[in-house]
Design a protein around this ligand. Structure first.
Ligand SMILES: [Zn+2]
Length: 92
């Protein structure tokens, strides 16, 4: 679940834009909420799953919308047994 805070910013005398800022996010698996300023690294590592079940889906009903926000720790535990991990050449 994502918690947004909206604000309106005036660009000029006739134009304004609404800005949605993500204030916190809760993992749908472990239910831990991240939202403090020191947890932005944690928030950016969330995995957001969203898809529509296709015709003939055996586990989800046809056409149902499926959504989940999963923290990096739960996602790691979910896929570590079968995922492929490749070393990155990135210097970070
Ligand atoms: Zn989690």
């Amino acid at each position: 679940m994502k918690n947004y805070q909206s604000s309106v910013k005036k660009v000029d005398s006739v134009t304004s834009v609404t800005i949605d800022r993500l204030m916190s996010i809760t993992c749908d698996k472990c239910h831990k909420t991240y939202g403090e300023s020191h947890q932005w690294d944690e928030i950016q590592e969330f995995h957001h799953i969203e898809f529509t079940a296709g015709y003939g889906a055996n586990r989800f009903h046809d056409g149902y919308k499926i959504k989940a926000d999963i923290c990096q720790y739960c996602f790691y535990e979910m896929i570590i047994g079968f995922c492929t991990i490749e070393e990155n050449d990135c210097p970070f």
